[in-house]
Write a protein that binds this ligand. Structure first.
Ligand code: SAM
Ligand code: SF4
Length: 319
């Protein structure tokens, strides 16, 4: 069982399979120079499998693949197939910008992926292009449709709320949950990776978002799927739900159940802390065991985060 020195059980790993991405979201990229991680430093599928097998043997039950953009990693479905057959792994999910979903949703489903989150921060095509650097809103929406068609359930939509950019759209975005069986989840803007766009003024708290939605109609508590920190609600009569994630205004560190693995094989006990443990020592050099390195990570997991910029940009950690 993975338990840290504050008694928190770790049963969830978020694994970033690449730091590369076909989008350039203004809130994700760092203002500092980031040299892409060289290919030989990126964990191979067999190495990720070895880590997940070990993690599941000591109590991890859920794994999320992320990035960068996980769907730009060549043959990602092969990794999904490898992981989905690991005994003890109950939930395998993936977070994507949705660009390649139209073509890949069915392949991912067949490979054994259980759940999918798609990032859609605006329904305005011009703003979408400004945010991501790609004129791709329509294609991403087709990807969402395809994910639903092939039977992903639930499909969650991630929305990072930024004042002056999309705070005027929260009600419209949430209304997707009326028509579609999706969970639209609002996330507070976090200061990860010396992001030049981040400032206190750009944060919109979850309380403010919730108030805006309540003005449209009162929300009632809804069933939560997955063990994450979201608070889940719904409008009466809606097919789907809305979720709220407030890492900044109401941090949920006391119930944190996760650790992250970067594309270059560093185990990161906390998103907001640059403490990292190099798992490649165990995988390639056999200088330590995974058990020793996970134990070290548990000892170093901070009690809570302090709102600070990290050295690594978000796309190289895995949000
Ligand atoms: N490329 C995929 C995507 O965009 O969904 C997966 C990786 S992305 C880093 C994972 C999630 O982190 C996305 O939902 C993204 O919106 C979110 N994210 C990125 N930078 C963020 C920030 N500074 N604050 C809050 N969420 C952020
Ligand atoms: Fe790429 Fe996702 Fe970061 Fe946007 S949020 S730049 S899609 S990794």
């Amino acid at each position: 069982m993975l338990k840290d020195r504050y008694g928190r059980k770790i049963n969830y790993l978020r694994i970033s399979v690449t730091d590369r991405c076909n989008f350039k979201c203004i809130y994700c990229l760092s203002k500092g120079k980031w040299d892409w991680i060289p290919h030989e430093e990126i964990l191979r599928f067999e190495e990720i499998e070895e880590i997940v097998k070990f993690a599941c043997s000591v109590g991890v039950k859920r794994v999320r693949l992320t990035g960068g953009e996980p769907l730009v990693r060549k043959d990602i479905e092969v990794l999904i197939e490898m992981l989905s057959s690991i005994s003890g792994l109950q939930d395998l999910s993936l977070t994507t910008n949705g660009y390649f979903l139209e073509e890949m949703a069915e392949i991912l489903k067949k490979a054994g992926l259980k759940r999918i989150n798609i990032s859609i921060d605006t329904l305005n095509p011009q703003k979408f292009e400004k945010l991501t650097g790609k004129p791709a809103l329509k294609k991403v929406l087709r990807g969402l449709e395809r994910a639903l068609e092939v039977g992903f359930d639930p499909v969650k939509i991630n929305v990072v709320v930024i004042r002056g950019f999309n705070d005027d759209e929260v009600v419209n975005l949430a209304k997707l949950s009326f028509e579609l069986p999706v969970e639209v989840r609002f996330i507070e803007f976090m200061p990860i990776g010396k992001n030049s766009f981040w400032s206190e003024e750009h944060i919109v708290t979850i309380d403010e978002v919730k108030q805006k939605l309540e003005q449209e109609g009162s929300l009632v508590p809804a069933e939560k799927i997955g063990g994450g920190p979201a608070e889940v609600w719904k409008w009466k009569g809606a097919k789907g739900k809305v979720g709220f994630i407030s890492p900044i205004s109401h941090h949920f560190c006391s119930t944190c159940n996760r650790m992250r693995i970067t594309p270059d094989g560093r185990l990161r006990p906390c998103l907001f802390s640059d403490i990292e443990i190099d798992l490649k020592q165990a995988l390639r050099e056999k200088k330590a065991t995974l058990k020793e390195l996970f134990t070290k990570a548990l000892e170093l997991k901070p009690l809570r985060h302090h709102k600070n910029f990290t050295r690594r940009p978000m796309h190289a950690i895995g949000g």
